[in-house]
Design a protein around this ligand. Structure first.
Ligand SMILES: Nc1ncnc2c1ncn2[C@@H]1O[C@H](COP(=O)(O)OP(=O)(O)OP(=O)(O)O)[C@@H](O)[C@H]1O
Ligand SMILES: [Mg+2]
Length: 308
């Protein structure tokens, strides 16, 4: 967790350095503009702000010499929930992190192939990875609020990184809207100045979702967001996900097959032949089909709990 938090902090510094280094070849790169409190209207973007469909075409992911994910082609459609399932180590997290260009933050890690958001290649030379990470938000496995920041500052953290020009009243509005959107407002509105780390696990995860949606992403990636939560908090997050899909494209990694069948519209099953081999996408389809009548036997074995 600590690592992810550090990574998020460091990533902005690294990206800034990279952006500066890239400046001669990509002179149009600028910090993201301030959000408008009314919702949309973020001003000019390197990527189209209406972008929503994620399309992976022949994506291979490497950690140095290690080939972690091979040849993934899939579409993550807008306003739907797509579940990514598969055994441990098959590359679900790695693939998710490639969708918002966090994969490349690991030293030696790189991607080949194409990932597009509404037809725009997010790895194109002139695309700012910081902007990709704003459009493609991420919620991690264990809730990771910034421990020294208040609930308010945690929610606004992305805004602080993206722009120093957001006024206090605009920030107040974004914070309230995001906390309401994450079903947390009523529980925290009287203690916004208290540390985020003082919330329960389920509340902390909703705080992280509020933080992710505060910057108005188009795509929300969730890596096992409920694995540290009890069943009640889990259902609260699942309800929230159903509501969030009205506004976002959602991909969620889960080991919980009941959760995948309850909460997703599409399911992608990843697997690897043996340890050391790259993970591959075996099958993707409507969740009802994947769980009732998948094309491949290995999918059926996995989703029904019969492994190997
Ligand atoms: N930073 C890294 N450096 C080197 N190899 C890595 C790194 N992160 C992950 N891997 C390897 O890449 C492969 C895919 O890992 P990944 O974390 O994507 O799997 P996963 O499907 O998310 O697994 P889990 O269900 O356990 O979270 C694994 O073999 C893993 O050991
Ligand atoms: Mg993982």
């Amino acid at each position: 967790m600590e690592e992810e938090r550090k990574e998020m902090m460091e990533s902005s510094t690294q990206d800034r350095a990279r952006r500066e280094a890239d400046a001669p070849v990509a002179p149009s790169l600028e910090p993201a503009p301030a959000p408008s409190p009314s919702g949309k209207g973020w001003g000019s973007h390197k990527l189209d702000n209406t972008a929503k469909t994620v399309e992976a075409k022949g994506v291979d992911l490497y950690y140095g010499d290690f080939h972690a994910v091979a040849d993934v082609s899939m579409t993550i459609p807008p306003n739907k929930v797509t579940a990514l399932v598969g055994s441990s180590g098959c590359g679900k997290t790695t693939f998710l992190r490639a969708i918002n260009r966090m994969h490349e933050l690991t030293p030696g890690a790189y991607a080949t192939g194409v990932i597009e958001i509404d037809g725009q290649d997010i790895y194109a030379r002139n695309v700012d990875p910081v902007e990709v990470r704003r459009l493609v938000g991420m919620v991690f496995q264990a809730p990771n609020p910034f421990p020294t920041m208040s609930i308010y500052e945690n929610t606004a953290a992305g805004l602080n990184l993206n722009s120093s020009k957001v006024s206090k009243s605009e920030k107040d509005e974004v914070v309230e809207r995001s906390l309401r959107g994450a079903h947390l407002w009523d529980e925290v509105k009287d203690r916004l100045d208290k540390p985020g780390s003082g919330l329960s696990g389920g509340q902390q995860q909703r705080l992280c979702i509020a933080r992710a949606i505060a910057v108005e992403p188009e795509v929300l990636l969730m890596d096992e967001p409920c694995s540290a939560l009890d069943p009640v908090a889990t259902l609260a997050i699942e309800d929230l996900i159903q509501e969030l899909k009205n506004n976002f494209t959602i991909a969620i990694v889960t080991h919980n097959m009941q959760q995948a069948s309850r909460a997703s519209d599409y399911t992608a099953f990843f697997n690897l032949e043996k340890s050391g081999d790259p993970g591959r996408l075996i099958e993707i389809g409507e969740t009802t089909k994947i769980f009732s009548n998948p094309e491949k036997k290995e999918t059926e074995d996995y989703v029904s709990g019969r492994f190997g």
